[in-house]
Design a protein around this ligand. Structure first.
Ligand SMILES: [Zn+2]
Length: 101
């Protein structure tokens, strides 16, 4: 139970980082003034990878779309995190370099 609570808190922190908004620039729910349900999406689809650079806030509609456009979504959302949170991105670069060794 404790772990679940921690996860909830962590995901809330990610949503806060993302200003409690869907981060899809083409989101159809954006700017309509309606409250939308938000979810935290794993950018590389690895649910064990809870590093902040791998997590992004999406509305439920946009999260469902990621299932059908996997490569495209991964590319777009990685770019968004890279541009918005360069400090998070540094960790990803390091990890990738390690993988190449
Ligand atoms: Zn959206």
């Amino acid at each position: 139970m404790k772990e679940l609570d921690d996860e909830k808190k962590y995901f809330k922190a990610i949503k806060k980082r993302d200003n409690f908004e869907c981060q899809n620039p083409e989101c159809r729910n954006r700017g309509k003034g309606k409250p939308v349900r938000l979810a935290v999406h794993y950018i590389d689809y690895d649910k064990k990878n809870i590093n902040p650079w791998n997590l992004i806030t999406l509305c439920l509609g946009c999260r469902i779309e990621t299932r059908y456009k996997k490569e495209y979504s991964q590319y777009v959302y990685e770019e968004i995190v890279r541009l918005k949170y360069p400090n998070d991105w540094e960790h990803l670069k390091k990890k990738r370099l390690k993988v190449k060794d």
